[in-house]
Design a binder for this molecule. Structure first.
Ligand SMILES: [Zn+2]
Length: 145
């Protein structure tokens, strides 16, 4: 089972990383950022997480040490392109300069590079996730990046 979903976000770890994240502390003390960061309680996990509440849906602030993990968790699911990856992640999570950061991480994703080549060949649609059927098999064949 671990091979199918090798990466799981540990929100308890995220919460403890938030408390030591320098960037977040700076944001909280400066308050001149476009984000509106407030501590939110998540009863299901019984944890408190700093979230951006400037939008309808609260977005969890991701501390520096977990940004790559968050990216991998969401992007590696089916390797969407740059803008879809940004949409996917920005809906739930936030960190300063995330768009630029995600863009460069997608660009350096080996499987996405390979998928670009694969797009020129026909692939069966409907056997995998409809969101991005062409890359799913790469994710399965080598779960460790
Ligand atoms: Zn990718």
């Amino acid at each position: 089972m671990d091979e199918i979903s090798p990466i799981v976000i540990d929100f308890k770890e995220l919460a403890s990383s938030q408390s030591t994240d320098e960037e977040l502390q700076q944001l909280l003390s400066s308050n001149n950022f476009s984000l509106k960061i407030e501590k939110q309680h998540f009863p299901l996990e019984d944890i408190h997480l700093y979230c951006d509440i400037s939008q309808k849906q609260p977005r969890t602030f991701v501390p520096k040490n977990m940004r790559q993990l968050i990216f991998k968790t969401l992007h590696f699911f089916c390797h969407p392109g740059i803008s879809s990856s940004i949409d996917l992640i920005a809906k739930r999570f936030v960190w300063p300069g995330m768009r630029k950061h995600i863009k460069s991480m997608v660009r350096s994703c080996v499987k996405c590079q390979r998928a670009k080549v694969m797009r020129h060949t026909k692939s069966p649609i409907g056997t995998f996730s409809p969101l991005c059927p062409h890359t799913h098999k790469f994710y399965r064949s080598s779960p460790s990046f």
